[in-house]
Design a protein around this ligand. Structure first.
Ligand code: ATP
Ligand code: MN
Length: 458
């Protein structure tokens, strides 16, 4: 017999026929005359109830089917007598695929996330992680759907690169050399390395994304990104996925419209496609989750300059607000508690912050006429802080070269990038969204390590 997925069995009204379901036991309880097994196969947050007549099978075999065991059940789909489910299966035969010994770490309900991180390879078998990863899948589909519908091309930028998109370190080196065996001088002979030069894993696909944008009009990347930054926070990973649209002929206002429209589309998609999982997370993880998601798609994002933001933060400090990182003066970089204050306490809405001081941002961002600020458009979100970093890109060849030199970088190593400005340069803009930060927001989870399949090694 062909397997029926539990998500379909639960919706079925084709009663009194035999079906076959397969999955992992969530619980097995036994009341005098019958046994009840709650079975889950990952196709939905909901379990199907299996009703077993204990006289129908070997008593010891039945007793061995404990939480975590994997079984296949052939039985009759019937309308349920009990409360809490509409259909159940009256078991005729159970096949045991894998028993689950009593030291199974996911046996108990309600373990802390910290505990589960130690067994991250098994936590996918729990309700919460099942919900998170079904939502993660649906968000990936939403992203492709949005950009495809709007005429952007999915563009695969290289993962191994010799350029540093930010112009400032924190990259994982890729080499075939044995670095413990450098030459006599102690210098590493990179000319003998695989590519004949020093290479690393990418920190952003943007620079190559711009090659696509200035030829195809609009592209987006969606792939892994690596940062060896020492930021052991609940919002930073060493390996994460980034979505980076890059678009020709887009100005700052249009860029903000794109950011807002895109992120609202993703949240709306989650509300439409992940109803059961979101309701579960709303009940178990964050009682405010659904309300928060609804409010984000309803309200306009606040659009605020960095300068206005600093003024609000300074006024808050004057009125007694305490921050861990001091609010000093214009020019300081905001930390996530500052961003969250603006979003959660001051405006109570997402904020798009613009016109940051050029000095705290990357070299390729277009400066305003004042020479001090640039056309950045970061999106700040409740619970997350920065979720998107975006900007208009500098399209003038001369200005870009001057900026690269002013920052002590070598224009030669960006010659391929500079050619986009040398030949038929065009105004363009783009942004980067951290995929896991979006998943954090949509699921209500608190720690970015809990929305990836397995915890990072360290
Ligand atoms: P932050 O200030 O939070 O470190 P950033 O300014 O370094 O962010 P960008 O370089 O603009 O971030 O990257 C674009 C987006 O990628 C960010 O808005 C964020 O959503 C995501 N992101 C950046 N670094 C990480 C990381 N280490 N782990 C997960 N997501 C990240
Ligand atoms: Mn960072």
């Amino acid at each position: 017999m062909k397997r029926t997925k539990i998500v379909d069995a639960l919706k079925s009204v084709d009663f009194n026929h035999d079906i076959l379901v397969k999955g992992w036991v969530r619980s097995h309880r036994n009341s005098k005359a019958v046994d009840f097994i709650a079975l889950n196969d990952g196709s939905t947050i909901n379990n199907i109830q299996i009703v077993v007549d204990p006289t129908s099978m070997d008593a010891e075999a039945l007793r061995s089917i404990t939480t975590g065991a994997c079984i296949g059940v052939t039985g009759t789909l019937v309308q349920s007598q009990g409360a809490g489910q509409s259909v159940e299966i009256q078991s005729k035969a159970i096949e045991i695929y894998g028993l689950c010994p009593s030291d199974y770490p996911m046996q108990k309900k309600g373990q802390s996330f910290e505990y589960m991180r130690k067994y991250a390879h098994l936590r996918l078998r729990t309700n919460t992680f099942g919900a998170v990863f079904r939502i993660r899948h649906n968000m990936a589909i939403a992203i492709h759907q949005y950009f495809h519908e709007h005429g952007y091309y999915y563009f695969h930028t290289p993962l191994i690169t010799a350029s540093d998109a930010e112009g400032a370190g924190e990259m994982f080196q890729v080499t075939t050399l044995d670095l413990s065996r450098t030459g006599k001088t102690g210098e590493v002979p990179y000319e003998k390395d695989f590519f004949g030069k020093k290479t690393s894993l990418t920190v952003s696909g943007q620079l190559e994304g711009e090659l696509g944008a200035t030829a195809l009009g609009g592209i987006y990347t969606f792939g892994p990104t690596f940062r060896a930054e020492n930021s052991n926070t609940p919002r930073h990973l060493a390996e994460f996925w980034m979505i980076e649209p890059e678009v020709a002929f887009l100005d700052k206002d249009e860029l903000m419209d794109l950011e807002e429209d895109f992120i609202k589309f993703c949240v709306r998609w989650a509300l439409e496609h992940c109803k059961d999982d979101l309701e579960f997370l709303n009940k178990m993880i964050d009682k405010n989750l659904l309300e928060m998601l609804q409010s984000v798609i309803k309200e306009d994002f606040v659009r605020l300059t960095y300068t206005e933001g600093i003024e609000i933060l300074q006024a808050a400090v004057k009125n007694g607000k305490k921050f861990e990182f001091p609010v000093t003066e214009w020019g300081m970089d905001l930390s996530s508690e500052h961003e969250r204050y603006l979003v959660e306490e001051h405006f109570k809405r997402p904020v798009i912050m613009t016109d940051y001081p050029s000095e705290i941002k990357a070299f390729y961002m277009k400066k305003n006429a004042d020479g001090k600020t640039m056309q950045g458009t970061d999106v700040l979100f409740p619970r997350i802080g920065e979720i998107i970093g975006g900007s208009v890109r500098e399209e003038s060849y001369e200005k870009l070269v001057a900026e690269i030199k002013a920052r002590g970088m070598a224009p030669e190593s960006y010659s391929w990038y500079l050619d986009t400005r040398k030949y038929g340069s065009c105004p363009h803009a783009g942004f980067g969204l951290g995929f896991e930060r979006l998943i954090l927001f949509v699921t209500g989870m608190q720690n970015i390590r809990d929305v990836i399949p397995r915890s990072e090694e360290r």
